[in-house]
Every structure is written in structure tokens, then in C-alpha cells.
Design a protein around this ligand. Structure first.
Ligand code: ATP
Ligand code: MG
Length: 458
């Protein structure tokens, strides 16, 4: 008779134990154990099959084999292609993760609509019925001839159908709903997610089909399930955005076949996700004029310059520990910049609440945003607007000095294209032909003191 019992599984490496532990003895991760119920010892996938790359055990010279089997399918959605590094590679496994309702299934169904006439696609849905999928396909006006829909959650059934249909691309929506009988823990558990994913990855590597796995994210924003899943797949793509806002950003966190710097921008409409070819214009839409606490910045997202707006609100507080909130900019970076401004310019942020926000749900990680962040903060605390036609970029050091940034030409061109005529940048980054650029006023900044002059200049 099977007896149910509780095991604790490390979400980082999958190590199992009968007692909860603070530190995983296998991978050393802290606080990574999660409780799971199971009835019998699950068979380890790795024990069933020693290697995913079976048949390739013989060492060969790199020049002796060709790339003839390497095929990249364009998805027909250029913003998604950009993130994938040009398209979906056969035999690769892509993990697409995002919050509930962000539009993962919509994007994948639209992808089917674009390439489903040329490629055979098997869309496996573990969470929606065929009618629901058909309704969505009708709304999105998608009816490809080679799209097969399977509503199943048992991994054996899915793999059987896979063998029957032999698709070029299989979509699994979502991995948290799929289960394998070899493990008796409930679907969505770490063990189930790991086992089912290993079976799909093994299929992709041996058969050459590309597999897109949809993953849910947990409360902390990470992919629900074992961390090891992210190591196993070839690409991890995050679908981000605020559900209340129409725009969505697709970002590669890991990609074995392309750069991880690129982002794809979409807008959620009634008819599905529309590509946004000109994200800067969209992000600047509705920007108020002559208001303090706002500054535009040009960031490089991969090969593409994007103009974003940083907003700051600084208000006096009576409480001894003031509030600090940051949306879209690293919290620690904001604290560092506040300390620099306080020390070097004597601005009293320590008696004020500070709220920082990047419009459009964008996350800016580049140090080049420092200049615009500081200008927005200074503008808000002094209640003087930054000139509307001014854009700033540059990294700020702890001594308040401006450090040079890369890709100046692209940033300047994009800023000018969107109507910014005054460009504040680190002195060292100023291009040699700065004086001859028609209609552009380049303001060189060497230290944070120079930033103050921007407010008085008309
Ligand atoms: N009729 C509609 N008109 C406009 N937008 C819609 C309509 N129906 C759904 N949407 C949009 O699509 C989103 C849901 O998309 P989708 O089902 O692809 O998300 P998902 O990421 O797959 O969600 P889940 O995690 O629940 O599977 C909704 O949040 C909404 O923004
Ligand atoms: Mg979905």
C-alpha cells in the first residue's frame, strides 16, 4: 500500500530530505526547502537516461561536423525574434515566464498564427479547454493550417501525441499544470516541474523539435519551480509589464543562441499584442510639460536606444525614518545617488520621503541613467522643472564626478529624432563633432555641480 508522506525539496537543486533544513547540504542554498507530498520515491530522470546527448559520446574535431541541422525559424513577430536572437532554433527549449494574465498564451497563439502554415505546431494546454483556445484564436484572428491543439496534463499522453504528430515546434502551456505518473507529488511541485521539463528537454535534444515551455512566476517574481530548470533550458524569456498598462516588455534573461540585452516591446490591444516599433515615442506619450521632478534619459537596450522618463517626488516628512520607494530603478542605486547628492550638494534628502518611478513599467539597470535620476531628484526637491527639451545620461561616481558612457552617437540621434535639442552628457563622452551638430546643444558635465547649471539655463 502506498503511504503518503511529506518531503522537503530544495527549490535550487531538487535535493530531497525528510526534515526541513535552513541550508541545502547539496548546493549550499539558504532557505530553499519547500514542503511537498508524495507517495513513493520518485524515479530520478537522470537514472532513467544517463545523458540527453546520447549517441554523441565520441569526441570529434570541431571541423569534422557541420551545422547543416541548425535551423532557425523566424517567429514572424520581429520584436520576439529580436529577443530570441533571430528566431527559434530547432532542438532548443525556451522557457517563457510571466505573471498571470500578462499575455503569454496570447503571444504564443499569435506566434502560431504567424508561422503555423509553414511549421507544424503542437500547442499543449494544461490550463485551458479547446473551446477557450478557439475563442482566443478567433479574437486574435488566428487560424493556421498546421496548428494542433491538445488539452492534456499527463506528460506521457503529451509525448505520445508528440510522437504521432511529429511537430517542428511544441508549446507547453504551462509546465506547472503538467504531471508525470513517475512522481506522485502534485502538479506544479518542484519534483513534477523538474521531471516533466527533463522529459521535454530530452525530447527536444533527441528529436530536434523546438519546445516552448510557459512558466508561472511566484510571489517574489522568480520562475515558480526549481531554479535548476533555468539552467536546463536554452533560453529564459521574461514577459514583464504592468497589467493595468497596455505595454508589455519581453526580455531574455538567458539565451544560448543570442544576446540577452535585447528587449521586445508590445502593446496589448483587443486584437492581441501589437508590436511597438518605436517604443521611445510610446514611453514619452502624455509627458507633462514644465513640471518639476521629471527628466528624460536615453538608455541602450541591446542594440536599440530607448528614451524613457524618470519621475521623482520628494516631499518633507515629520517621521525620523523617511520613506524611499523606487520603481524601475535599483533601490540601492537610488540610495547611493541620494547620498551623493546630500554629501556633495548639501541637499537635505534625509528629512524627505523620496519616490522614484520610471514611466511605462520599464526597468533601467544601466548606470547611464544616474544623471537623469539625479536631475529628477534635484528638480523635485527644489521644485524647479528640468527644461522640457533636455535629456541627460551619464554615470555618477561617489565623488560626484560624471563617468563616460558608450554608444553616444546612437543616443544622440534617438534623442534628436524625438525632439530633444539639449543633451547633457559626461564631458569625456562628448563627440568630437559636437559643435557641428545642427540644432543640438550638447552640455558637457564633469561633476554634479555642473548639473545645477542646467536648471538656470533657458
Ligand atoms: N477581449 C479582450 N479584449 C482585450 N484584451 C483582452 C481580452 N481578453 C483578454 N485580454 C487581455 O489578455 C490578457 C490575458 O492574456 P493571456 O491569457 O494570454 O495571459 P497569460 O499570461 O497566458 O495568463 P495565464 O497566466 O492566466 O495563462 C488579459 O489580461 C487581458 O489584458
Ligand atoms: Mg495562459
Amino acid at each position: 500500500m502506498k503511504s503518503s508522506k511529506i518531503v522537503y525539496v530544495c527549490s535550487e537543486c531538487g535535493y530531497q530530505t525528510s526534515k526541513w533544513m535552513g541550508k541545502c547540504p547539496q548546493c549550499g542554498a539558504w532557505n530553499s526547502f519547500e514542503e511537498e507530498e508524495y507517495h513513493e520515491a520518485p524515479k530520478s530522470i537522470s537514472a532513467k537516461k544517463k545523458s540527453l546527448l546520447e549517441g554523441e559520446e565520441k569526441a570529434e574535431k570541431i571541423g569534422d561536423f557541420s551545422l547543416s541541422d541548425y535551423v532557425r525559424h523566424s517567429t514572424g513577430i520581429s520584436e520576439f525574434d529580436r529577443v530570441l536572437g533571430g528566431g527559434i532554433v530547432n532542438g532548443s527549449v525556451i522557457l517563457l515566464a510571466g505573471e498571470p494574465g500578462i499575455g503569454k498564451s496570447t503571444l504564443l497563439l499569435q506566434l502560431c498564427g504567424q508561422i503555423g502554415d509553414d511549421c507544424k505546431i503542437l500547442y499543449v494546454s494544461g490550463e485551458e479547454s479547446k473551446t477557450q483556445l478557439k475563442m482566443r484564436a478567433k479574437r486574435l484572428d488566428v487560424n493556421p493550417s498546421e496548428l494542433y491543439i491538445l488539452t492534456a496534463a499527463d506528460v506521457d499522453v503529451i509525448l505520445k501525441e508528440y510522437d504521432r504528430i511529429k511537430p517542428d515546434i511544441m508549446i507547453v502551456d504551462s509546465i506547472q499544470t503538467i504531471y508525470s505518473d513517475s512522481s506522485a507529488s502534485s502538479s506544479g511541485s518542484i519534483t513534477q516541474v523538474r521531471e516533466c521539463s527533463s522529459l521535454f528537454i530530452e525530447k527536444a535534444k533527441t528529436d530536434g523539435a523546438a519546445i516552448i515551455i510557459v512558466g508561472h512566476v511566484n510571489k517574489e517574481g522568480g520562475i515558480a519551480g526549481p531554479k535548476v530548470l533555468e539552467h536546463m533550458v536554452d533560453a529564459v524569456i521574461y514577459f514583464e509589464g504592468d497589467r493595468r498598462q497596455p505595454h508589455r516588455i519581453v526580455r531574455a534573461i538567458k539565451n544560448r543562441f543570442g544576446s540577452t540585452n535585447e528587449i521586445g516591446v508590445f502593446e496589448m490591444c483587443e486584437t492581441g499584442l501589437e508590436e511597438v516599433a518605436n517604443p521611445s515615442a510610446m514611453l514619452l506619450e502624455g509627458r507633462p510639460k514644465g513640471v518639476s521632478g521629471s527628466c528624460a534619459v536615453c538608455v541602450m537596450e541591446g542594440s536599440r536606444p530607448i528614451i524613457a522618463e524618470i519621475q521623482a517626488l520628494v516631499t518633507p516628512t515629520a517621521f525620523p525614518s523617511p520613506r524611499r520607494t523606487s520603481n524601475g530603478i535599483d533601490y540601492n542605486r537610488m540610495c547611493l545617488l541620494l547620498a551623493v547628492l546630500e554629501k556633495r550638494l548639501g541637499l537635505k534628502f534625509s528629512s524627505c520621503d523620496v519616490y522614484l518611478n520610471v514611466i511605462g513599467g520599464l526597468r533601467l539597470d544601466e548606470p547611464a541613467v544616474d544623471a537623469a535620476t539625479c536631475l529628477a531628484l534635484i528638480s523635485s526637491i527644489r521644485d524647479i522643472p528640468v527644461p522640457d527639451d533636455l535629456i541627460a545620461f551619464g554615470e555618477i561616481g561617489l565623488s560626484g564626478e560624471f563617468r563616460s558612457v558608450s554608444s553616444i552617437d546612437q543616443r544622440v540621434n534617438e534623442a534628436f529624432r524625438l525632439g530633444f535639442t539639449k543633451i547633457a552628457m559626461p564631458k569625456r563622452s562628448v563627440p568630437k563633432n559636437a559643435g557641428s551638430l545642427p540644432g543640438i546643444d550638447i552640455v558637457p558635465l564633469s561633476g554634479i555641480f555642473d548639473a545645477l547649471t542646467l536648471f538656470s539655463k533657458k
